[in-house]
Design a protein around this ligand. Structure first.
Ligand SMILES: CC(=O)[C@@H](O)[C@H](O)COP(=O)(O)O
Ligand SMILES: NCC(=O)COP(=O)(O)O
Length: 237
């Protein structure tokens, strides 16, 4: 069974837009887990435009499932993760000003750096995962860094699937098998949604966890709108 980890960045985006504490990200994490999600993912960025570094600490007592922290391992991020000690850290090669993640690691160029940070996280009992494209050479080199898992960057699959190109899943099928053969587990994420997740999960031979945020929160708004509007109308009647 593939675990669902819910990325709550967008809850924080909404909170920050008013400067207050609504919606409350800790309560959201509690509820999301009570509704059955098997993990909570956050992806703090250096500008703290959504999840803040302080949120990473405040969430600790609320997460009873798996806690996954994603981000670029700049020193501030490394210190945060070593302090918070989540279940898993996912290393993502984000540019400081990136709107969202847009590429996997070049594990050849950055092999020794990745090896160093991964070994530090592992010696602190934190599972490690590397955000990566469906490139065999990069995945083979990811294994050499000592990473426990890869997280397959699924934007291309999501874009192509929306156009009806189901064969876009094939590189992910191959990458999943390769990672497994190399002794790594497989996560996936980015733009996965209610539309594309089932075909993806059923196609991959190995898929341990997906982290989903943007689409899941948007879908929750749409699927909840009718209910909430009816509740307002009832209060006003
Ligand atoms: C690595 C990845 O694909 C996600 O963590 C995604 O980047 C979420 O970050 P944002 O919410 O900042 O888009
Ligand atoms: N690791 C991917 C993630 O956490 C969520 O990405 P998205 O669903 O917001 O695109």
């Amino acid at each position: 069974m593939t675990k669902l980890s819910v990325n709550i960045n967008k809850i924080a985006t909404l909170r920050n837009s008013r400067g207050g504490d609504s919606p409350n990200v800790e309560q959201a994490a509690i509820d999301i887990q009570n509704f059955g999600a098997e993990g909570i993912t956050i992806h703090p960025r250096p500008d703290e435009r959504h999840i803040r570094y302080q949120d990473a600490y405040d969430l600790v007592p609320t997460i009873k499932t798996e806690y996954n922290i994603e981000g670029n391992p700049i020193q501030k991020f490394i210190d945060l993760v070593l302090d918070v000690k989540p279940t898993q850290v996912t290393l993502v090669p984000d540019a400081v000003d990136a709107i969202t993640s847009n590429a996997g690691w070049d594990t050849v160029t950055h092999q020794s750096f990745l090896q160093e940070v991964i070994s530090e996280f592992k010696s602190n009992d934190i599972r490690t995962s590397i955000f990566i494209d469906t490139d065999a050479k990069m995945i083979e080199n990811a294994a050499k860094t000592g990473a426990d898992r890869i997280e397959l960057y699924t934007e291309n699959y999501a874009v192509e699937f929306a156009k009806g190109n189901k064969e876009a899943v094939l590189p992910y099928v191959e990458s999943s098998q390769l990672a497994h053969d190399l002794g790594m587990d497989v996560n996936a994420g980015h733009d996965l949604s209610l539309d594309n997740i089932q075909f993806f999960a059923q196609s991959l031979p190995f898929l341990d966890e997906v982290s989903i945020g943007h689409a899941l929160i948007s879908e929750s708004l749409y699927l909840g709108l009718q209910n909430v509007i009816n509740m307002y109308l009832h209060k006003l009647s």
